[in-house]
Design a protein around this ligand. Sequence first.
Ligand code: URA
Length: 431
Amino acid sequence: MSTAEGRAQAQAPELIRTKRDGGELGQADIAWLIDGYTRGAVADEQMAAMAMAIFFRGLEPAELRAWTDAMIASGQRLDLSSVPLPTVDKHSTGGVGDKVSLILAPLVASCGAAVPQLSGRGLGHTGGTLDKLEAVPGWRAGLSAGEFLATLSKVGCVIAAAGSDLAPADRKLYALRDVTGTVESIPLIASSIMSKKIAEGTGALVLDVKVGSGAFMRELDRARALARTMVRLGQESGVRTTALLTAMDAPLGRAVGNAVEVAESIDTLRGAGPADLVEVTLALAREMLALAGIDAEPAQALADGRALAKYRQMIAAQGGDPDAPLPEAPHVQLVRAEDGGYLRRLDALAVGVAAWRLGAGRARKEDQVSPGAGVICLAKPGEKVSAGQPLLELRADDPVRFAGALDALAGGIEVGPDQPDSRPVVIERIG
Ligand code: URA
């Protein structure tokens, strides 16, 4: 046994007991624990016990600060000081049909800010930005740090895969939390997200914290608590940070999948986007521009084609062909309304799981996604529908997938005689 392993066997249980019994960990202990875990000196079972103790006991603000700093220090922090424009990024906690990044990055860049976005792939029922963009023929997510910086400086926006040296402690810890029932802890979620965003080097950050059935946070109170915790962490690290709480009870926009979401993003950049998607995107763009100190109206950049031109430039800079036809799944099945009335509910989780089962998402990190599979919502909650009218179009590469998607949708669609109250898409701002 090495000296480091010997020390870990003695020291880690002591720290776990401290947290288990409601005590407070010191900054040096936290730095030691996270560094030891990243290097393999602290064992998975020790970190799993610590994550469970934190799940029940939480972290005090000073502990959370130290935990986040230690996760950032486990890898490289990008230096964006050579970028000649104010940098500002957005992070979404993930939702069904959430294609906002594809529109927002070029939109905000077309108004004069630089948007450096390191993104992830989808796992489970919410899609990943990289999977969506990879539906564009030729587009590449893997950029070196040099390519990332050069694209950001030249185009003004870049969306790429986070490298393995960005907060490596989080990569290991998130995988461990996933299999130990410790994902749903506000301090662990907040430090996980914010360590990656702070390490990315952005000067400002807007968080889109989704609330509702298709979101990570189903209840408003917990979403608000997560948003407040992340905003505080960002501000304490010198990253100007605000958050919007936005609705995720129904899919955002009408398309859920990969190529279908790219197509809807292009429609939105052409000024023909669905109202809820446009509203969330413009609200986030206004927040980002305000944090970047830029006085511009993003609706204008959508209307006059500047944002679309910037999107085409962003795609081409990463090898993509913005004019190439997008992949289409060959098999289509319609889901029709059983009765007439108003569409009262189109459950985001049900549609997200249906799209996932059609092939648009992955169950394991190693799985491939189908670029053409997904769901098109032909009607949205609040709209009047007649009996037999198509509500959803399901698309798949293989028709055997339709049965699983239809099972996921059972109970997720409600048509009734009364029009539902319209609910705000942007619920609250935390700043
Ligand atoms: N997303 C992250 O990056 N980390 C979490 O812990 C949860 C969601």
